[in-house]
Design a protein around this ligand. Structure first.
Ligand code: SIN
Ligand code: FE2
Length: 214
């Protein structure tokens, strides 16, 4: 049997902070199915620019699937079982999404991950996610799994306080980031997206963020 080419070997997993892993290319093999699943979700629950509690629309367009979805308005940030725009439950989480998230979490040392929330973020050039903590979830023992598709982005990852130094992690199409344990509540964000054209997905970046919210 010929030796398997290194091109097809499992890419190396990189720990970039305590309990935080970059799984390069981990979602590549599933990308076509993931994008089809995202399309199906946003056909039901279209992307929208939610308001921050400060009354400004976010530059990132969002939707959700799963039992609960992350919402924001003038009352604050929280998870809700239904889409406030449609007054209907969020679309169910497609099996291919849940399965990928569970596999990625396990590869990073967090077995048994069963997310009930998947936030779908759409960035166009210039859109950004300023430094924030994910802290609206009930159980911080559960990690976060974040999948990148389309245009590349720079992920910022800091510490427990907003002013901690951040590292800059370039994220490519197909990369998956998993963080939990000691770094579960560390500040993170996405630099304003550089203009570009992804060969398949065009002028956008899609991000899936999986969490156990309730
Ligand atoms: C987030 O922190 O919610 C989004 C991260 C990303 O877009 O990669
Ligand atoms: Fe976040």
């Amino acid at each position: 049997m010929p030796q398997q080419s290194s091109l097809f070997a499992e890419p190396p997993h990189e720990a970039f902070a305590a309990g935080a892993w970059l799984l390069r290319g981990f979602a590549l093999a599933d990308a076509v199915e993931l994008v089809a699943a995202i399309d199906a979700v946003v056909t039901l629950a279209p992307f929208r620019h939610v308001m921050t509690p400060f009354g400004k629309p976010m530059s990132v367009a969002m939707s959700n699937c799963g039992a609960v979805g992350w919402v924001s308005d003038r009352r604050g940030y929280r998870y809700e079982g239904h889409d406030p725009e449609r007054n209907l439950p969020w679309p169910a989480m497609p099996a291919v999404l849940a399965a990928l998230a569970a596999r990625a979490a396990a590869a990073a040392g967090y077995p048994g991950f069963a997310p009930d929330a998947c936030l779908i973020n759409r960035y166009v050039p210039g859109a950004q996610m300023t430094l924030h903590q994910d802290r609206d979830e009930r159980d911080f023992a559960q990690p976060i799994v974040s999948v990148s598709l389309g245009l590349p982005a720079v992920f910022l990852f800091g510490g427990l306080t907003r002013t901690d130094r951040t590292i800059k992690l370039p994220l490519q199409h197909g990369d998956v980031v998993v963080w939990g344990g000691p770094s579960r509540r560390w500040f993170h964000g996405i630099r304003p997206l550089r203009d570009g054209e992804h060969a398949w997905l065009g002028r956008q970046r899609l991000n899936l963020t999986f969490r156990v919210a309730r």
